[in-house]
Design a protein around this ligand. Structure first.
Ligand code: NAI
Ligand code: ENO
Length: 354
């Protein structure tokens, strides 16, 4: 039995706790967060115990930091002042790694601490303990700054794929494919909002493409502020590069260069189709969108048709125009389930699916 302390019991801390317990029910999970969050986590059975303050942790074998990056940086300093168990393993989950590693090396250099930077490459725009999910990291990459058999075994119940990366490379990559997209998503909704003042129908006509591009604009602002402030160089570099990309496509449009515009879209399509996200490496987003008529019992009918398939989430996307069908968004764990569900709905109904 190991004693594992999780600091920050939100989406990531809660999901990691559930994942550890799945394979290692013998480990004791101790949580530290605000009092009400700790109480909720305990009531939900996500943690076994909590501690009122960050002290008397000399019995703890593994400490997992799952708080926003700025808080993580501060807590590393606090931990270094405390009496810790000899050879304690400390890891974090922050979305950026260079600043965290610099701080950890600085504060623990003369201590018997094994610090391993970590970043599970899955999550959601949702936050907080209530959003935790034992399957959140299923098949997702989990970046570690170095191999550590003990830590990887403790986290084996997350069913993630560990990958070793140095902090600088990690921050450049995630700057491109995670941090920068969050900036784009938020910019896009704000640009649309400004434009809707002149053109009020903008918000009504936003369709699936807009929704897919902007889901992450709903992510937590505290967390993302800390992410951007801890990875400024790579992100500013990506913004600069993107401005050039926009200038290039602007030029093609101005020149009415049909061939170049078509090639622009063909290239993007081909690249995306070759990416792992397209092959189903990223969990949680096997979504089927079904246009259903506004009729009594229609949702139950769809669910009855899909009763043999494991559904992870159901959302009813309300439409505000009476003449249009509502959209049922059903999420599946695997691409196979999604394909089967689509076949069943298409065979048994005349509802449009996408
Ligand atoms: N949200 C996501 O999709 C992902 C987030 N991450 C990283 O994981 C970390 C946690 O993110 P989430 O779980 O999404 O955030 P969250 O907002 O769901 O949870 C953070 C928790 O930390 C707690 N907290 C804040 N200050 C604290 C303090 N001084 N002491 C103890 N607890 C404190 C908050 O009360 C909250 O419960 C962040 O560093 C983030 O960059 C990593 C992968 C995915
Ligand atoms: O919501 C999404 O799709 C995400 O992109 C989740 C996410 C957020 C932050 C990370 O550091 C890693 C993954």
């Amino acid at each position: 039995m190991k004693k594992i302390l999780i600091i920050g019991l939100g989406l990531i801390g809660g999901s990691i706790a559930l994942g550890i317990k799945r394979t290692h029910p013998e480990h004791q999970i101790i949580g530290y967060d605000k009092k009400d969050v700790q109480n909720l986590a305990k009531t939900l059975g996500i943690i076994d115990e909590s501690i009122p303050r960050l002290e008397q942790i000399q019995e703890i074998d593994v400490i997992i930091l799952a708080a926003p990056i700025d808080v993580t940086l501060e807590i590393l300093g606090q931990l270094s002042q405390l009496k810790l168990k000899k050879d304690v393993i400390i890891t974090d989950t922050g979305s950026t790694k260079s600043r965290v590693m610099e701080r950890a090396i600085k504060v623990f250099h003369d201590k018997n601490v094994k610090f391993i930077g970590g970043h599970p490459m899955a999550g959601s725009h949702k936050s907080g303990i209530l959003a935790s999910d034992v399957n959140l990291f299923e098949n997702a990459y989990y970046v570690l700054t170095e191999e550590n058999a003990e830590l990887q075994e403790i986290l084996s119940g997350l069913h993630a794929k560990f990958i070793i990366l140095n902090p600088e490379e990690h921050d450049k990559i995630t700057g491109q494919v995670s941090h920068f997209p969050h900036i784009l998503a938020s910019s896009l909704v704000q640009q649309s909002d400004d434009y809707s003042k002149e053109h009020p129908l903008v918000k009504n006509l936003a369709a699936g493409g807009f929704r897919d591009m902007t889901r992450i604009a709903e992510a937590d602002s505290t967390m993302w502020t800390a992410v951007l402030l801890s990875n400024p160089e790579p992100i500013l570099n990506r913004i600069k590069d993107f401005k050039t990309q926009l200038d290039e496509i602007s030029e093609k449009i101005s020149l009415k260069d049909e061939k170049a515009i078509k090639s622009f879209f063909d290239t993007g399509k081909k690249i995306r189709q070759g990416m792992e996200i397209h092959k189903g490496a990223i969990p949680n987003f096997y979504d089927l969108f079904i246009s259903v008529p506004d009729e009594k019992g229609v949702i139950l009918r769809v669910l009855a048709l899909l009763q043999d398939i494991s559904i992870t989430n159901i959302k009813i996307n309300e439409e505000n125009r009476e003449d249009i069908h509502g959209q049922l968004q059903i999420s599946f764990k695997t691409e196979k389930d999604l394909v089967r569900a689509r076949e069943i709905i298409e065979f048994a109904t005349d509802f449009k699916v996408a």
